[in-house]
Ligand binder design. Structure first.
Ligand code: ATP
Ligand code: MG
Length: 553
């Protein structure tokens, strides 16, 4: 396998500097998903970055579930996330952690903050807190509880923990600077009361730490050296550092921000993806149209193609939206080398070879044109065949080199046929072509005196092939930036993102395993889907052979 070209990655330079300067013996990174949905291709960027750096610099990467929001989190998501990270090819060994495992330590840290006069229990309502905070133009106003005696805050916080109060009645807030130009520093919340059942700690905790506090503390507890996150956390970095400095944690991870991955023609936020799932607008999180890792897996993308894609786009601080063509390029590149090629006719049109009276000719066809190690299989040629409906035009333009009335085309690996007669049904739809074949044109041969036939088309035997259900996917959304300038991103969903056809494939695919991938000659790459039964095999089209999308745009 040749090395792929990789994009820039400014974080590598920082790590190399740090290692050279002896700042760390080895690096520790982490991938910190919140288990509130399935992972998407944006997360794949973060996974490849964090696990990739640990691998490149012989460090460690932790998988940490940032599970501090019990209302939205579920164990189903924890399992799905683990499966996706593994499938992408990464391994966290024993380093599987949960922010919820640190609840006791986080609680003790909060007590410490109060004792240091760096946090206080506030009685303002959520709305009042918002009001008091001010805005970017005006400073905030101090809460009347800001200077509450340490002893009183300690007592109230302990009672918050004991479950004595109702939700919203009290909040623990950091005491920082109500006039800071950075809104995150205007006495942010550290703990809030939530009478929610947690998927791991059950009902043990009536209070839950806020993300900004839990995240930096979890990083410090685990001895993370480089805490990599997306750009929207840049303004949170002062707060990240503040907690660690005030609490004098033994480790002080360095937060570094990079730009998110955005993909055109799709939505990425888990909130929006959840909506698609809950409103049955797709068939679950792993619907092959979804930008989720599980959707891409089911669609037939390979882990290597996703890793290569992520390496190619690189890691920078510049916001950008990546075209789907870039992702699809990596997918095609990988499938090209690993998929055997077979015949499949996606939208079949019947062809009768009127002058063919043999039983069957078994034709030996290679399974890969460039790689002999794939071997070959026998494909039966019979009197009645199917070809692709789009390979025939009743009134073809001059440059159309496939079949039309009186025109000839070559059936790949077999014979040249000529269309002599067209049969239509009552509605005028073409339902059959009656053709003659030239026995001297077998396997690419052009007899002397005969003009070379340009068009080569795919085919299967009508009697010796298998019917399948073919699912043809298109973009999830019909515009590059769904939802922009609109109330609702759902208005931008592509109504034709899934088409289902009755197709035919050669008999060698009859017992193909679920998950096996093929190139159907000229039609694209396909994967056998888990919905298959022995009566109804189902294949998803992974991708076309060329970037047809670029032409449509
Ligand atoms: P979303 O906004 O899509 O719901 P999130 O950021 O809330 O996602 P988390 O579970 O918190 O999801 O993310 C885990 C990690 O993945 C974080 O470190 C986050 O920065 C990173 N991440 C999430 N989305 C992207 C993206 N589009 N590109 C790169 N990294 C991402
Ligand atoms: Mg998040």
């Amino acid at each position: 396998m040749t090395e792929i070209e990789v994009g820039p990655n400014f974080i590598k330079a920082i790590i190399e500097e740090d290692l050279k300067a002896g700042k760390h013996q080895s690096i520790v990174t982490r991938f910190p998903p919140e288990p509130n949905g399935y992972l998407h291709i944006g997360h794949a960027k973060s996974i490849c970055l964090n696990f990739g750096l640990a691998k490149d610099y012989k460090g460690t990467c932790h998988l940490r579930f940032d599970d501090t929001n019990p209302e939205k989190e579920e164990m189903e998501y924890v399992h799905a996330i683990k499966e996706d990270v593994k499938w992408l090819g990464f391994n966290w060994d024993e380093h599987e952690y949960y922010a919820s495992d640190y609840y006791e330590r986080l609680y003790l840290g909060a007590i410490e903050l109060i004792k240091l006069a760096s946090a206080y229990v506030c009685e303002l309502s959520a709305e009042e807190i918002r009001e008091y905070r001010g805005n970017l133009k005006s400073p905030g106003k101090a809460s009347p509880f800001r200077d509450r005696p340490i002893k009183e805050s300690l007592d109230l916080f302990k009672r918050m923990r004991a479950g004595e109060f109702a939700e919203g009645q009290y909040t623990l807030r950091a005491k920082i600077d109500m006039a800071s130009p950075n809104m995150n520093m205007r006495d942010p919340a550290v703990y809030r009361i939530r009478k929610a059942h947690h998927q791991r700690t059950g009902d043990a905790w009536p209070i839950y730490p806020m993300y900004d506090y839990a995240h930096c503390m979890s990083d410090a507890i685990e001895g993370i050296t480089h805490s990599l996150c997306t750009l929207e956390f840049e303004d949170h970095r002062p707060l990240y550092n503040w907690f660690l400095e005030v609490l004098k944690t033994p480790a002080h991870p360095q937060q570094i921000e990079f730009s998110r991955l955005n993909l055109e023609f799709t939505v990425m936020s888990k909130r929006k993806l959840l909506r698609l799932v809950e409103e049955d607008l797709v068939n679950g999180w792993d619907d092959p149209r979804m930008p989720t890792i599980s959707g891409m897996r089911r669609r037939g993308y390979t882990p290597r193609s996703i890793r290569n894609f992520v390496s190619r786009i690189g890691v920078t601080k510049k916001d950008s939206s990546i075209s789907i063509a870039t992702l699809e390029y990596s997918v095609r590149e990988d499938l090209e080398t690993i998929c055997p090629r077979v015949f499949g006719v996606v939208d079949p049109l019947k062809v009768t070879i009127t002058n063919f009276d043999d039983d069957t000719v078994e034709i030996d066809c290679p399974l890969h044109p460039k790689d002999e190690s794939f071997g070959s299989r026998k494909v039966p040629f019979t009197k009645v065949l199917y070809i692709e409906r789009s390979d025939f035009l009743e009134d073809p333009p001059k440059k159309f080199f496939r079949l039309g009335p009186g025109r000839s085309a070559r059936l790949k690996y077999a014979y040249v046929i000529t269309c002599d007669e067209i049969i239509k049904d009552d509605s005028g739809k073409v339902i059959e072509l009656r053709c003659s074949y030239n026995v001297d044109t077998f396997a690419g041969h052009t007899p002397e005196g005969m003009k070379k036939v340009k068009g080569i088309i795919n085919w299967v035997s009508a009697t010796e092939s298998v019917e399948i259900e073919c699912r043809i996917y298109d973009r999830l959304c019909s515009v590059p930036n769904p939802g922009s300038g609109k109330e609702n991103f759902l208005d931008d969903l592509n109504p034709n993102s899934l088409r289902t056809l009755k197709s035919r494939v050669e008999r060698s695919l009859k017992n193909a395993d679920i998950g096996s991938r093929f190139q159907f000659e000229r039609q694209g790459y396909f994967i056998k889907d888990q919905d298959s039964t022995s009566e109804n095999p189902v294949f998803n089209r992974i991708i076309t052979l060329r970037d047809t999308w670029a032409k449509i745009k």
